[in-house]
Design a protein around this ligand. Structure first.
Ligand code: ZN
Length: 210
């Protein structure tokens, strides 16, 4: 989704906004995509990003976009597919050239999609660890509350946004033997907000049990 899309918060569900850059998943293009994740039991998808070390000395490629077919300096179909994590020999039979570029350009980089799918399959209870307050689902340790410089900038942008109020307080049922959490926003108009980050903060403490 595009960055300007507002947060989709569903009452009773946790809410995480994940910013995933293809460059953190083995691509030479820097391409940021935003995903929103909610879970009725507050489970957290921990997305495993790959280091950029191997890419450090390769130039950053221009972002793949849906309109690439009509742009000057269009990259070859094989190069375009490779940048999106597809095999160079990938084909889309029956599509026109423009439609092929549009389909692949609109897609999510394969490495990002795989990492996201794996994190949802293996989603965990936010127990024994803390998550970055920005909602990116990175773990933080020690006294840190934000994982990266990008997280700090993201939080700053949110603070600077006009008319933004803080999320409502969250009630968590911590009685033993239950893994159901009961969200309840206190006194806040509109849908109750139930950020997993706050839930994780409530659960914080103890040894990691991942
Ligand atoms: Zn973060």
């Amino acid at each position: 989704m595009v960055p300007s899309v507002p947060d989709l918060v569903i009452p009773g569900y946790s809410h995480l906004r994940l910013d995933l850059d293809a460059r953190d998943f083995g691509s030479r293009q820097s391409r940021l995509r935003h995903f929103q994740f909610g879970h009725a039991r507050g489970l957290v998808p921990l997305v495993t990003r790959r280091g950029r070390a191997a890419l450090e000395h390769s130039p950053i490629e221009r972002c793949c976009v849906a309109s690439e077919a009509g742009r000057p300096g269009r990259r070859t179909w094989a190069d375009f597919c490779e940048l999106q994590g597809l095999p160079r020999e990938f084909t889309l039979p029956g599509f026109t050239l423009a439609a092929r570029y549009r389909a692949v350009g609109n897609g999510v980089h394969v490495g990002v999609a795989r990492a996201l799918a794996a994190s949802i399959r293996d989603a965990v209870k936010p127990l024994g660890f803390r998550l970055c307050l920005c909602g990116c689902a990175r773990m933080v340790s020690g006294r840190r509350t934000l994982a990266t410089d990008a997280c700090k900038k993201r939080m700053q942008r949110r603070r600077d946004r006009p008319g933004v109020t803080g999320p409502g307080s969250v009630t968590v049922d911590l009685s033993p033997g239950t893994d159901l959490v009961t969200p309840r926003a206190a006194g806040a108009p509109g849908p109750s907000r139930f950020p997993v980050t706050e839930l994780a903060a409530a659960y914080a403490g103890g040894s990691p049990d991942l």
